[in-house]
Design a protein around this ligand. Structure first.
Ligand code: ADP
Ligand code: MG
Length: 328
């Protein structure tokens, strides 16, 4: 195994960013879904996400519009994860000189549609050639809604852990493409066209019962572990409560990736995971269900203790997508 494989994505980020000088205007630098800075009395959010051919997408499956949509959705999802409002976006495109122009126009159709739907203005970027493969990098900025931002830290022992939607569906969709299996359209849709949960994130940041939040981009177990580490709590999951749709169960039962493995160790769902005051959880769920047609499900709770992940009374490994490591 190479040094980089040993170090992993998160070890590399830590190594490369050691010794940054302090800056009083930076409220949160590295280590959350967005950086948070104070400018002129206002708290602003910044995040960027890269999207590479062969790593994040394959042109033989995804259309240009799918690719543009997903690149923007993953960046906007980091604003949603803080409970913020998106403001502006910048895009870098690197394309090989022989790239079909109509394909690139399709990519931008997908990008522009989701930015317009999210009221996020595309204000610039950079365009360069690439030696091989299409590369997109989307930078988004946003602001705190009503002054409140939700961080990965802030979970209190006893808090209930909730998730929106059906995490795991996206990686089951990807699994079907990689293995040439049939999959229900809902799983493919989850993979091609994830929806950043911006309105939902805003709703959560407006409710003091919600203590912490993250978006599920790297698998529920890995993202909950990030939250547990930032809050110094253990997280205890009840697999019987995981919100699997009938399509997720059917795909696993037909010999595909199981709904449970996809939920824990998949990725690219862009749903939200949050920690909620247990005394307010039912009220939050009933308000949420009046406003949104998306499930909001209690999947476990937090307890005092070392940052560990438990499921059904047994300690489990956390893992998911890491750019340099195979799942351990
Ligand atoms: P997310 O999955 O929410 O997009 P990441 O896991 O990609 O977040 O990044 C984790 C944290 O590390 C973020 O705060 C991000 O800004 C920071 N980060 C990632 N790569 C770099 C880098 N090359 N240099 C500095 N900070 C980085
Ligand atoms: Mg994130």
């Amino acid at each position: 195994m190479s040094d980089l494989q040993n170090l992993g994505e998160f070890g590399l980020i830590q190594l490369l960013t050691e010794g940054l000088p302090p800056d009083k205007t930076v409220i949160k630098g590295i280590g959350d879904d967005c950086a948070v800075v104070r400018v002129g009395g206002e708290e602003l959010l910044f995040s960027c996400d890269a999207f590479l051919e062969g790593i994040h997408f394959q042109r033989r499956w995804a259309t240009g519009e799918d690719i543009g949509h997903k690149a923007a959705a993953s960046a906007l999802s980091d604003i949603a994860a803080m409970g913020g409002i998106p403001l502006y976006a910048l895009i870098t495109v690197a394309a090989p000189p022989d790239t079909d122009i109509s394909f690139l126009r399709d990519v931008y159709t997908g990008l522009k549609r989701i930015f317009s739907d999210s009221q996020c203005s595309l204000i610039g970027g950079d365009t360069v050639s690439s030696a091989s493969g299409l590369f997109l990098n989307v930078t988004v900025t946003g602001k705190a809604a009503g002054g409140r931002i939700l961080y990965r830290r802030g979970i209190m022992p006893g808090d209930l852990i909730m998730v929106t939607g059906h995490p795991g569906a996206s990686s089951q969709g990807l699994h079907s493409l990689l293995h040439g299996k049939d999959a229900p359209p809902s799983l493919l849709q989850a993979h091609y066209r994830p929806v950043p949960r911006l309105q939902e994130g805003l709703f959560f940041s407006g409710d003091p019962a919600v203590h912490a939040m993250i978006d599920i981009s790297d698998g529920v177990s890995q993202d909950l572990m990030h939250m547990a580490q930032c809050s110094t709590v253990s997280v205890h999951l009840d697999s019987g409560n995981f919100p699997f749709s009938p399509d997720q169960k059917a795909y696993g039962n037909a010999g595909g990736l199981s709904a449970l493995d996809a939920f824990l160790y998949g990725g690219e769902d862009y749903e939200l995971a949050l920690a909620v005051d247990p005394g307010q959880a039912e009220k939050l769920q009933s308000c949420f269900s009046r406003m949104f047609s998306l499930p909001l499900t209690v999947i476990g709770h937090a307890a005092a203790g070392d940052p560990e992940l438990w499921m059904d009374g047994r300690k489990i490994k956390s893992g998911g997508w890491d750019h340099f490591q195979e799942l351990k």
